[in-house]
Write a protein that binds this ligand. Structure first.
Ligand code: HEM
Length: 181
């Protein structure tokens, strides 16, 4: 993944736990201390960082990814990509409907990237079914964290339920996302 993702993992650890913990985590992961935001890195580096953070902080990987997703929205997306964010929707539902367009638009900046894809279906006025397609495994908790934080950003209370474990043979992960003002 592009270096800015690994830099964001670093920012997340520094923000919550400080520089000594970051040194332990990147050393344990066999990863560099810092990353060039616009260069692609092997995905293994990102997974190793999350794995090392999980060990060091005594938290399950899922919890680390979820907390990182929340950090990503507030401290990276809104803070550094505010224009893209505000052009992608003025409320939670419009925004998530536009996620694919948003990732497509920034392909100019990240020409070699493999962004995820989302299919959004409005099941009821306060309930979305979101299908998450990715070439990567294990990042569903990241999506959950991002959605909860996006809800907060747009002034909505968002709860996410994964129905991934149901034997539906889907080529994606399915989330039921309830949102209330
Ligand atoms: C303007 C803000 C955003 C930027 C600049 C951005 C950029 C990126 C970049 C560079 C990657 C790495 C992909 C690669 O290097 O191959 C990525 C991955 C990802 N993005 Fe975004 N993104 C943004 C917002 C969002 C939002 C709002 C979501 C909502 C769910 C999201 C979901 C994801 C996920 C889940 C991945 C992990 C890759 C995967 O699932 O396969 N991103 N994004």
């Amino acid at each position: 993944m592009y270096g800015l993702i690994n830099e964001a993992v670093k920012g997340f650890v520094l923000h919550h736990h400080g520089p000594a913990v970051w040194t332990t985590i990147h050393t344990k992961a066999g990863a560099p201390e810092s990353f060039a935001a616009m260069s692609p890195y092997d995905d293994a580096i990102t997974y190793n960082l999350v794995g090392a953070a999980s060990e060091e902080l005594h938290l399950p990987m899922e919890q680390v990814l979820k907390a990182f997703g929340e950090y990503w929205v507030t401290n990276v997306a809104v803070a550094h990509y505010g224009t893209i964010m505000s052009r992608s929707g003025q409320n939670f539902v419009d925004f998530v409907r536009n996620l694919d367009h948003m990732h497509q638009r920034i392909r100019v900046t990240f020409p070699n990237y493999t962004p995820p894809s989302f299919r959004v279906c409005e099941v009821a006025p306060d309930l979305l079914q979101i299908d998450y397609y990715s070439e990567r495994v294990g990042l569903l908790p990241l999506v959950e964290g991002i959605l909860v934080a996006l809800g907060r950003h747009f002034g909505e209370d968002v709860t996410v339920e994964s129905i991934e474990s149901q034997p539906q043979g889907l080529p994606c992960s399915r989330l039921m996302v309830r949102h209330r003002k």
